[in-house]
Design a protein around this ligand. Structure first.
Ligand code: ATP
Length: 239
């Protein structure tokens, strides 16, 4: 059984269909990339996953449990850690407060919350140094680390990231992905990464899916996807 199982998923906005029967799984401890051009339906897939929009057909199972119609907060409780598009941190709250809010989603002992906070601050020393700074004044890379840190505060089984590299300088992207890779290799965290930078994502992931116009066009191990002639031509620029 996979940790995440998306079956025959269709969804859209008003009368406009954006996803057409998408099938996607993430195994326990697996790192999966979701690639594709602008408007392919990557964010829509994640919105269905986090409960922001309701699918018109299909099912989403997390750890074998059907979460298709469950509210977002229940999904967090079941182990879904979502880092939304555009690093949505609370700008008027400090770094520490933003992190603490991440752990308040469901009942946790004070000791466990402190443990989680210590772990996240150890993982991101930069956040530790800036714990009293207002999140709205962080740099782009720091804010993205905070968004990831906050998702980790719910001790997720599956970390879902929507284009964390967007708007970051190449060095910052490398740093952030370094952290994410460590979480995956050292702690066995399962990851679903939506990314436009196909080469970067394929280097990180075990498997990948390429969405095109709301359908899975290509899928397989990262090596197989990287070698696919279409991926070479369209997404990797013949690298
Ligand atoms: P990008 O890489 O540009 O973020 P994406 O693969 O994440 O693209 P989606 O945002 O999932 O693509 O969009 C899929 C389709 O749904 C697109 O045609 C888009 O125009 C449409 N769409 C997305 N959000 C809305 C919305 N709120 N209302 C109407 N249509 C939408």
């Amino acid at each position: 059984m996979s940790l995440l199982e998306i079956t025959a998923l269709s969804a859209g906005y008003g009368g406009v269909q954006a996803l057409f029967g998408v099938e996607l799984t993430v195994g326990e401890g697996e790192f999966v990339a979701l690639l594709g051009p602008n408007g392919a339906g990557k964010s829509t897939t994640l919105r269905v996953l986090s409960g922001l929009i309701k699918p018109s057909a299909g099912r989403v199972l997390l750890g074998g449990e059907d979460i298709t119609t469950k509210p977002g907060w229940r999904r967090t409780g079941l182990g879904l850690g979502h880092v939304p598009e555009g690093r949505q941190v609370f700008p008027d709250h400090t770094v520490l407060e933003n992190l603490q809010l991440g752990a308040f989603v469901h009942r946790r002992s004070r000791t466990r919350r402190q443990e989680l906070l210590d772990e996240v601050l150890a993982l991101f020393p930069r956040l530790d140094e800036r714990r009293e700074q207002l999140a709205g004044t962080l740099s782009g890379g720091e804010a993205q680390m905070l968004a990831v840190g906050r998702a980790l505060m719910s001790a997720p089984r599956l970390l879902v990231l929507d284009e964390p590299s967007l708007g970051l300088a190449p060095l910052k992207v490398a740093e952030l992905f370094g952290y994410i890779k460590r979480l995956h290799t050292e702690r066995g965290l399962s990851v679903l990464l939506v990314e436009q930078q196909a080469a970067t994502a394929l280097n990180l992931a075990d498997r990948a899916y390429v969405l095109e116009r709301g359908r899975v066009a290509i899928s397989g191990t990262s090596d197989a996807v990287r070698k696919d002639p279409r991926v070479q031509a369209v997404y990797l620029g013949g690298e």
